[in-house]
Write a protein that binds this ligand. Structure first.
Ligand SMILES: Cc1ncc(COP(=O)(O)O)c(C=O)c1O
Length: 360
């Protein structure tokens, strides 16, 4: 029966999501498990977003507005950009798919990193494309290696900034130099899923470059905005690119409640401020706890931290799981001695450190 599946699909390694809390509790017969495995917002969603959902429940029998009119207006106003520079998707995952379908000709290839968000590779391969994944350098995207590996066939370059799972970033100057020197017929996609957690002064500010470069920026409501379960993300690009992408977008891809919740979440400045401040503060506390335990970690610009273990990361993760703490091993990246932990609420982070201490 396997023969009936496309050969290239058989070769794809499926995405491994973080285990849901409910499943872990059932599996180990425990209560009060904590999830620090999927980089969600540990503080939940904004009350304003939840209220917007309640207020709009009556409209769910109608198809949603495919253009996301009100949300588009709100995002464009916030970012001070043309509303025609935006496209919304069922999570930024869907937009990655739309980008590949819109821009990649049958014989063209995708270039990215070996240790990054795996959906770039999976979605490209699902669309029949070849993908070249280059190693990181000192756990950062190696932009000069990417530049040197661009061939005639290369069309789309995916860069997660900050990167998942490392939390590292490329600087403004590094990115500008890269965009300046790569051939003009290539498209660069910068995935800024974690931008709200960044505090580095030299982090790229690139929105204005969509006017002059072949550049698409991805953003999401799944992380700082706390709406992962609703599935909504967006891309920022030149209106010409957006127009082409809109042609193949499913007509009702973003549901009506997600649109309303995202619009309200966007306006809830105090919720985002509180989330950001808490993550940055707790991130520092996590570093201090690691330092006290002599654990090596990578300083992160996101709401997660990657750290090194002396033993196999997977076996530590399994032990933590049995005790109700969900974190991510990085075996799929061949980083057997590393673990990624999402910054949670202060008490969750404390619990994680306590359990980790006991295990190692
Ligand atoms: C770098 C990066 N981009 C995109 C996503 C997916 O976001 P969404 O929930 O909007 O599909 C993730 C999720 O973990 C991510 O880490």
């Amino acid at each position: 029966m396997r023969d009936i599946v496309r050969k290239d699909i058989n070769q794809i390694k499926a995405y491994i999501p973080g285990k849901p809390i409910d499943l872990v509790q059932r599996e180990f017969g425990i209560k009060n498990a904590i999830k620090l495995g999927s980089n969600e917002n540990a503080f939940g969603a904004s009350c304003k977003a939840k209220q917007a959902i309640k207020n709009n429940l009556e409209e769910i029998f109608r198809y949603p507005d495919g253009t996301c009119y009100y949300l588009r207006k709100a995002v464009a106003k916030k970012l001070k950009i043309n509303p025609k520079s935006l496209i919304f998707g069922n999570g930024s995952d869907e937009i990655i798919d739309i980008i590949i379908k819109t821009f990649l000709n049958p014989d063209e290839e995708v270039l990215t990193s070996k240790t990054t968000f795996v959906e770039y590779e999976i979605i490209a391969k699902a669309n029949g494309a070849k993908v070249k994944c280059l190693p990181l350098r000192n756990f950062r995207y190696d932009l000069s290696a990417i530049k040197n590996n661009i061939s005639k066939k290369t069309k789309i370059i995916f860069i997660a900034n900050p990167n998942n799972p490392t939390g590292t970033y490329v600087t403004h100057q590094e990115l500008l130099n890269f965009l300046k020197t790569i051939p003009k017929d290539k498209l660069t996609v910068i995935d800024e899923a974690y931008i709200e957690f960044v505090d580095a002064k030299n982090f790229p500010k690139i929105i204005n470059y969509i006017k002059t470069k072949n550049l698409i920026i991805l953003r999401t409501f799944s992380k700082a905005y706390g709406l992962a379960g609703l599935r909504i993300g967006y891309a920022i690009a030149n209106p010409q690119f957006i127009k082409a992408m809109e042609k193949i977008r499913q007509p009702f891809n973003v549901n009506s409640l997600a649109q309303r919740a995202a619009e309200s979440a966007l306006g809830d400045k105090s919720f985002i401020k509180k989330t950001r401040e808490m993550v940055i503060k707790e991130r520092k506390k996590m570093y201090m706890a690691f330092q006290a335990m002599k654990i090596k970690y990578l300083p992160s610009q996101a709401n997660f931290v990657m750290f090194r273990t002396n033993k196999d990361g997977l076996s530590i993760c399994k032990k933590l799981l049995k005790q109700g703490v969900i974190v991510r091993d990085l075996k799929q990246y061949k980083l057997d001695n590393y673990i990624r932990v999402t910054i949670g609420k202060p008490n969750e982070n404390k619990l994680f450190i306590q359990k980790l201490k006991k295990i190692i």
